[in-house]
Design a protein around this ligand. Structure first.
Ligand code: 8DG
Length: 147
């Protein structure tokens, strides 16, 4: 997916969309949901931990870095969950991967206002960022029956 715009000379430039990665961290049939603390427009809405992939960084490395920065945990990244979700009129794309915690690490909300472990039946009890809707739908079957 690319976006196009005319440069000063009127020629069309094609730009790769900025990639945002998210980690669907699953433990015991529940996924970790994180409440954004900023900016004000989305504070209190829920998301997967993650962020922008830096230049030269792989998507997996970005997820490992973001999980360490945001939650102080080590993770193993697994399969993609759901499809690429276009955001910001195609200027960015959200890609979510399944992940699992390593070494018994416990997530800490270093940058979020709250963390919750949600079972399949609890996924709709929080307000997700709008772009996450198709990911949440694809995630539901990956979570086991509620316990
Ligand atoms: N991390 C994350 N971001 C998401 C999700 N859904 C969604 O629309 N986004 C949007 C919110 C933000 O506009 C953008 C990610 O920005 P961010 O602020 O988390 O990224 P970052 O950590 O690299 O931020 P920065 O401090 O470098 O600006 O993607 C999601 O599930 N997880």
């Amino acid at each position: 997916m690319r976006t196009e715009r005319a440069n000063d000379g009127g020629q069309v430039e094609r730009r790769e969309p900025k990639v945002i990665v998210g980690a669907a961290i699953i433990r015991d049939g529940r996924v970790l949901a994180c409440a954004r603390s900023a900016p004000p427009e989305v504070a209190g809405m829920w998301e997967f931990p993650g962020g922008k992939v830096e230049p030269g960084e792989t998507e997996t490395a970005a997820l490992v870095r973001e999980c360490a920065e945001e939650l102080a945990v080590r993770v193993e990244i697994g399969a993609r969950v759901g499809r690429n979700v276009r955001m910001a009129h195609g200027r960015s794309v959200l890609k979510v991967y399944a992940a699992r915690l390593l070494h018994g690490d416990q997530p800490q909300p270093l940058e979020h206002s709250a963390l919750r472990w949600l079972s399949a039946t609890e996924l709709d009890t929080v307000t997700w960022l709008p772009a996450d809707a198709p990911i949440v739908a694809a995630l539901r079957p990956l979570l086991g029956p509620a316990s």
